[in-house]
Ligand binder design. Structure first.
Ligand SMILES: [Zn+2]
Length: 213
């Protein structure tokens, strides 16, 4: 049915994928758009900057009370057969408001319904919830790298390498023991590598896509 573009695939492992890196579907959006009609099939397009980057077909399975009981995500990845992934739909009551109709959430097929989120992501083995796919929010990742950069700053301070000139000269502070100095330099190199991880990963991905890696 549909085809997944290759642009969004997460081709590196050094950085944890964020929720922004994978294609995802929102059951509330489908419901609001009136797409969850049992027995119907609809195409779903993922867009970025108004351009369709990936497409899948969604078959709506019948459930109780004439409502949708599940959906099947249908798509093919580049150069492979069509995949079909059934995903249950659970109708959740709106807390404390009996008069409001229930709204649909996905039953995560990976954790067997332990989690029922409105958002499911498309991983390499099919759809799953954020926890099952080990995704972090972008803000979490930024915080992690903020921390990494702060650690680099602290170690540079201790070494007295807080200006570009000092960083180039890489001199040992006068009263520091050589052993302490060696330890701090090794620590700094480790911290710098860690802080550079996202940039390295982006570069690797870029090289791979350009066919030069
Ligand atoms: Zn899950």
């Amino acid at each position: 049915m549909g085809g997944l573009g290759s642009g969004r695939w997460h081709g590196y492992q050094t950085v944890k994928a964020t929720t922004e890196d994978l294609l995802r579907a929102d059951s509330r959006v489908w419901h609001r758009m009136g797409l969850l009609v049992p027995g119907e099939t609809f195409p779903w397009h993922w867009k970025r900057e108004d351009r369709v980057i990936s497409t899948m077909g969604v078959e709506v399975l019948p459930g109780e009370d004439g409502r949708a009981g599940g959906v099947v995500w249908m798509f093919s990845r580049p150069n492979s057969d069509e995949e079909r992934h059934p995903v249950g739909i659970h109708w959740r009551d709106t807390l404390g408001t009996k008069d409001r109709p229930p709204w649909p959430v996905f039953v995560c097929p990976r954790c067997d319904g332990k989690r029922k989120p409105a958002l499911l992501y498309l991983g390499k083995q099919g759809p799953g919830c954020r926890e099952c796919l080990g995704l972090v929010h972008v803000s979490q990742r930024l915080t992690r790298y903020d921390r990494a950069f702060r650690a680099v700053g602290r170690t540079r301070q201790r070494l007295g390498w807080d200006t570009p000139e000092n960083r180039m000269l890489r001199l040992k502070p006068k009263h520091m023991h050589w052993k302490t100095f060696a330890k701090l330099v090794a620590e700094l190199e480790r911290q710098e590598r860690k802080a550079m991880e996202p940039a390295v990963a982006v570069l690797a991905r870029f090289k791979k896509r350009a066919g030069i890696g």
